[in-house]
Design a protein around this ligand. Structure first.
Ligand code: LLP
Length: 442
């Protein structure tokens, strides 16, 4: 087994997470089940927080990118840890506000925010909105004027840095639906456009170069380019930015092709960014900006595992062995979308060595419904509890009711105690919003 510091094998040879026996969790809560280790979430939030406190004089704020996993409990944890959050839709904002998350620590993103989402944000005092189109700047200015307020905004800049990751999650290449390109001059035009408006106040710039990235240099380069751009803007307009938001994107361990980062390694990444920003600020005669970071995956991914029960097993001699579980692409579409890799183990026989490579199949009516391929496991039997590791980020948040399967519930585990943070769905939930027009009832 790949021992994460969140996971252990107990005396019964069972997988343990957050002090709780995974087999008992599966029995008590049923499967499929998302399980989150609270201590790890808090540890990661604090690792990011501490680096800003210790190496940047506290002149910044960590924002948890809640798209990675959003539910009221996670916003409650972020609130207790006194970090901020980023939200990308009215739904995430509503969820954060439902958890009484303070609006003055919420930043809102999105390449096509709807007018009603922007109005909702303004009406609730969202601290800062990251502008991603000229149209949005105009709408925001109008909405702010109607409310007689001045709304703080950042502009999303595309510094044109290529990060080596899966193409679908690269966001700062020249060909991207996100941000204004520095290279083609649209970033500068947008700054001037925003500065010409009276009800939006340009606080600074934002950039995010992609996700699941391990190359320190990509982050550093992006930060340097945005600082260069800030100096250029200061020279041309006399306006100096106050805030710099460098997005998220730090990679996590899914399987042994990935480095196994510890919280200290993420701290090192951020330190490198801070050094680069300080250097640039000095060279370019800019004041050191208020620094925002938006890690999502690296806070929550490794805190989460998914528990399944093994059902049908199909061994196609000389071709492949499928181990089917009671979940599938409806709880984790990442293999279907990105051919993502995972590590799995049998939670009820966690100490047994792997003896074969299998594909973990879901229960949806579609061949591509796989959770992972070529996963090393001991010989699985129907009824075994299968744990897929590092599923905390972008699993629940991209889950669906495909084939009218239930989106699994989620539990939070701490010192052996487990509680629901997302309750199970019921058949009634699935038909709750359905309606049959009268004419179809005859
Ligand atoms: N900030 C912005 C503006 C972002 O677009 C993202 C992620 C983040 C922060 C957080 O990045 P992280 O630290 O989580 O890497 N569904 C994909 C991931 C899409 C990420 C989108 N943006 C997946 O399952 O891998």
């Amino acid at each position: 087994m790949n021992a994460r510091d969140t996971l252990k094998i107990n005396a019964d040879g069972h997988l343990e997470i957050g002090g709780a026996d995974a087999v008992e969790l599966a029995q008590r809560f049923g499967t499929p089940l998302y399980v989150f280790d609270e201590a790890h979430i808090r540890k990661m939030m604090n690792a990011y927080k501490s680096v800003i406190e210790n190496f940047y004089g506290g002149n910044g704020l960590v924002l948890y990118a809640s798209k990675a996993f959003a539910c009221t409990a996670i916003y409650a944890i972020a609130k207790q840890e006194e970090i901020g959050v980023d939200v990308v839709s009215g739904g995430e904002l509503y969820t954060a506000l439902s958890a009484e998350f303070p609006a003055e620590k919420i930043y809102m993103h999105g390449n096509n925010k709807l007018e009603r989402e922007l109005a909702f944000a303004l009406d609730n005092g969202v601290k800062n909105i990251v502008v991603d189109s000229l149209r949005e700047a105009d709408i925001l200015d109008k909405l702010a004027a109607e409310r007689n307020i001045v709304q703080n905004v950042l502009i999303r800049i595309n510094p044109g840095v290529e990060a080596h990751t899966h193409a679908f999650v690269q966001t700062a290449r020249t060909d991207s639906k996100f941000g204004f390109s520095v290279a083609d001059g649209t970033a500068e035009q947008t700054v001037k456009h925003v500065l010409s408006k009276s009800n939006i106040n340009l606080r600074g710039f934002h950039c995010h170069i992609g996700s699941q990235i391990f190359e320190k240099q990509s982050f550093v380069l992006a930060a340097e380019k945005v600082m260069d751009f800030a100096a250029d803007i200061k020279e041309k307009t006399g306006v100096e930015i106050k805030e710099l938001n460098l997005g998220g994107g730090f990679g996590v361990w899914y399987n042994d092709e990935d480095p196994k980062f510890k919280p200290e390694d993420y701290v090192d990444y951020v330190k490198a960014l801070i050094v680069a920003i300080k250097d640039k600020a000095k060279k370019l005669k800019l004041s050191e900006p208020f620094l925002l970071l938006e890690p999502g995956r690296s806070i929550i991914a490794e805190a989460g595992i998914t528990l399944y029960t093994v059902g049908a097993i199909k061994d196609i001699a000389g071709v492949k062995k499928y181990v089917a579980v009671d979940g599938g692409m409806f709880d984790n579409p990442r293999y279907a979308l990105y051919q993502s890799k995972y590590t799995a183990l049998l939670a009820n026989r966690a100490a047994e060595p792997a003896t074969e490579k299998v594909s973990i199949a879901g229960k949806c009516c579609e061949s591509g419904d796989l959770i992972a391929v070529d996963v090393a496991l001991p010989k699985a039997n129907s009824g075994d509890v299968l744990a897929v590791l590092t599923t905390g980020a972008y699993n629940y948040s991209m889950a669906s009711n495909y084939n009218r399967n239930f989106i699994p519930p989620a539990i939070l585990v701490n010192c052996g105690k487990a509680e629901y943070i997302i309750k199970p769905q019921t058949y009634e939930d699935l038909t709750r919003n359905d309606c049959i027009p009268e004419r179809l009832k005859k």
